[in-house]
Design a protein around this ligand. Structure first.
Ligand code: PEP
Ligand code: MG
Length: 323
């Protein structure tokens, strides 16, 4: 099996009936890029920039960030790199920011909420990203977007920083796609409106599942409710993909579900364009996808959307795929 995976390393990701999808990797640091390339990753689908801010006693400077982003873009040599802007808060704290304790940190002041409030922090990151953009194929993604107002506000800040750089004579790429994570149910439900304004979506199922099921993703006692295959989750994913495709936009997924062998047949059937996962899952996923026919998976997905429970969905996938 390992020999088969190796053969797939430099090949595109094609289904049995030759429909192409993209297999990307999630990374946390520039050093992770080696593993992405070794495992045949076609892109970085999620660069979690939090790690640049964690494990130090003050905010990372613009140059520290610029160097990290530039390194990743250069190492990926023109392949797409989706960088997510700072997603701090929730379980991830920055001691030096001295944030007040919250009753419900996962529902609180985090990610884009914090960045729109603390624009001093946000603008430094955006400047670093914009300056690095000329070294590769940069895509910028905002986390935890709940309303179109947030997306528009964040985009406006980005455009302001771009203007400033340009007027300072600093080169910035003109081809930066701008997207959002879909990890809050309000955004999934309203995806048709978002799709008119964003360049792409990346579905963050780790959070989307926790917020849809109202089950803390870290709490063992409610983990039975954390159900990736619940038809409600599949319907949200379906809505997002349909809304995006209607506007000619692409949809990725960067939550754990994207690399899950039970979920992949369903996601192929729902029409997902990009799958972003840990590097070690890429070759097994490429192998699995090569054995799936999109027309069969479409039928499977349509049936799955009409099931009542997660268990029924899993049974359906098993009966269809593991023949
Ligand atoms: C997600 O929520 O699915 C996601 C990819 O982001 P994180 O796991 O960093 O919250
Ligand atoms: Mg998330």
């Amino acid at each position: 099996q390992i020999a088969e995976w190796k053969k797939l390393r430099d090949l595109p990701t094609l289904t049995e009936d030759n429909v192409q999808v993209e297999l990307a990797a999630n990374i946390g640091t520039p050093a992770d890029v080696e593993g992405v390339l070794e495992n045949g990753g076609e892109a970085v689908g999620l660069y979690r920039t939090e790690f640049l801010y964690m494990g130090r006693d003050k905010l990372p400077s613009e140059n520290v960030q610029y160097n990290a982003y530039k390194t990743v873009l250069e190492k990926m040599s023109g392949k797409p790199v989706v960088v997510r802007t700072l997603d701090i808060g929730g379980d991830k704290e920055l001691p030096y920011l001295e944030m007040p304790k919250e009753m419900n940190p996962f529902l609180g002041f985090r990610a884009i909420r914090l960045c729109l409030d603390r624009q001093d922090i946000f603008r430094v990151q955006l400047r670093a990203l914009l300056r690095a953009s000329v070294y590769g194929n940069l895509r910028i993604m905002f986390p935890m977007i709940a309303t179109l107002g947030e997306f528009r506000a964040a985009k406006a800040v980005l455009l302001e920083e771009k203007e400033k750089l340009t007027s300072e004579g600093i080169a910035v790429s003109e081809n930066i796609q701008l997207g959002i994570m879909v990890e809050i149910p309000s955004t999934a439900v309203l995806a048709d409106q978002f799709a008119k304004e964003v360049d792409f979506f990346s579905i963050g199922t780790n959070d989307l599942i926790q917020y849809t099921m109202a089950a803390d993703r870290m709490n063992e006692r409610v983990s039975y409710l954390y159900q990736p295959y619940n038809p409600s989750i599949l319907r949200l994913i379906d809505m997002v993909i349909k809304a995006a495709h209607k506007q000619g936009k692409w949809v990725g997924m960067c939550g754990e579900m994207a690399g899950d062998e039970t979920a992949i047949p369903l996601l192929i059937g729902l029409g997902l364009d990009e799958f972003s996962m840990s590097a070690s899952s890429i070759l097994p996923a490429r192998s699995l996808i090569s054995k799936l026919s999109t027309s069969d998976m479409k039928q499977l997905a349509e049936k799955a959307l009409e099931q009542a429970t997660a268990e029924e969905v899993v049974e359906l996938v098993k009966a269809t795929v593991s023949k």
